[in-house]
Design a protein. Sequence first.
Length: 560
Amino acid sequence: MFTNSFSQHPDIQDAAFELPVFLLGLAWFPATRFAETLGVNLALCSYLDQLNALDDEAGSPLLGQASSEQYRPLALAAIDYHLAQVDPKSHAQIATGHACALGLIHTNESRLASELMDEARFSNSADMVALIEKLGPHGCGYHKRGQLAEQPIDHWLDPQTFNAHATIQALADSRYVKAGQPEKSALMNIISNPKGRMFGVFSTADIQVVDTWIATLNTAKSIPQATHAATDLQAQRPAVPCDTAFAQAWQRALAKYSGYPLHKLYPLFLHIDKAPDALPMARHFAERWLARHRQAVQSEGLPFSPYSHQQLDLWLAAQHKRQVESYRPLTGAAQETREEIIAEAIKLAPLTLIDGAWLRNIVTPASATSPIGALLYRTLLDELGQGDTTLHHGNIYHDLLASMGVELGDFTAQSFAAGAHFDSECLQVPVFWLAISLFPKSFQPETLGLNLAMELSGVGGEYRRSADVLRHYGFSSMFTDLHNTIDNVVSGHTAWAIEAIKQHLDDVAQSGGHSELSRHWQRVWVGYHALSPPADSLLSTLRAFTQRSFDKITQRQDAS
C-alpha cells in the first residue's frame, strides 16, 4: 500500500492526497505545531462523530461506538489542558489547525459528491478513456499501416500529442467499429481472436470494456473530457535541487552541528522538528557509531554463522539461562551503598527517561502497518504506558528519582543534558538512540538488533538483583520489576524482538537469497552490539571526519 506505485495509481486523483499529505507533514513537527495539531485532532474527531451518526441498517455506528464516545472528549480535554497549563495564548493556532482540517475535509467531500453525481464519470465511455490512456501511447510505432480519420494510427498514439478522447472518437467513426454491434466490429476480432494482430495486448477485462463500449455507442453520451487539472499545490511545488546542491547543503548542515557536544546533541535530536537541518548530523552520528561497532563485529565474529532460526533460538535460550543463573537473592547488606545507588540512578536518567526512544518513529503508517512494524509498535506502546501516564516508563523512573530526593528537571528542556549530574558517558547511548530512531527504514536491521539487546538485557538476572537492592534501601522497585516481566522471553518484548528479527531475515532470504541473508544477519548483530558505546572516542572522530568532508566541498567551490 505504501509503495510509490500506490501514490501514482492512475485511478487516484492528486486531490485525494491533499488531506493525508497535510496530516503527514504536520506529524513531523509535533512540538513547533503542537497547538495546530490539537485543532486538527479535534476536527477529525468531530468528523468521526458525524460519520458514526450515519447508522448502517443494523443501527450501529459505521466506525465503532468507542470512537464516538471517547475520542472527541479526549481531544477537548487535551485542548483545555494545553490552554490552562501550557500556553493560554494559543487559541489562534488551535483554531487555525481546526479550520484548516475542516476546510480540507469539506473540500474533499464536495469534490467526491460532485464526482459521484457525474453519470459520465462512471460510464463505459469513461472506462474506455482510461483503457486507451493506459495502452495507447505504448502502441506508437506498431501501427504504421492502419488509419483513423485519414491519419496513420501512429499519429493518434504519438506520446507527444496523444489525446485519448480524440483517439476514441476517431476510432468510433472508423471502419474498425460498427456502433452497437461488437460482434461485427473488426476491432473485437483484432484484440480477442488468437489470430488477431493485437491478441494478448488487451486483457480479458480490457476486452469486456471495448465490447460494452461498442455495444452502447448508439446511446452513449459524448466522451467525458479530462478533468485532471493540476492543483495549486502542484503548480507551487519547488524544483528538486540537483545532486551537487543537495550534497553541499548536507555538508553545510554537518559543519554547522559537528562542533556540538553531546549535551547539545541530546535536545537537538530529541526536538528534531525544531531544527530539521540537523537531520544530516543525526544520520552521520548513527552511521559512524554503527561503523565502529561493525569493525568490532568483524573482528570478534558473529555469535553463529550461517544464520538459522534454530540457532537464534538456541542462542537466546543460552543467554537467558546465563542471566537467570547469575541471580543471587540479596540476603544481607547490599554491596553498593545508598549513595552509590542514587548516583547510578542519576547517571541512567538521560537514558531511562526516554525509554523506548529507539522506536519512536515506528509509529509512521508505513511502518506500523507492516507485520514487523506491528511487533515494534506494541513494544513502544508498552514503553509509553499504553496511554496511561502513570505507567509511562519514563514517569515511573522519574517517580523513583523523586523517592530518592533527586530532582533533575524536565528532560525535554534544552538545559537538561547540560546539568552538572551528567558527563559524556551518560549521554552517548541516549544520543545514539535518538539519532538512529530518525531513520527507521534505513537502519531497520540495526534497529531490530538494538531492540533485542535492550529488551533482553537484565531479564531474569540484573533486573531481579536491582529490585532487591532498591527495596533494601526503601525505594520502589516498580521500574525493574515491570521490565523483568514485560520483557520476558516467552510472550513479552524479548519474544517480540526475536520474532521481528526472524520475519525480517525471512523477507531478506526470499528476496535476496543466502548472501543477503548473511549480510543482514551481520547488520542485525551490529545493532545488538551497538547498545554499548564504541571503544574509541566517537565524537572526536565524527568532528574530524565532518571537517575533512566540508573542507573538500569548500575547496571544490573555490576552484569553480
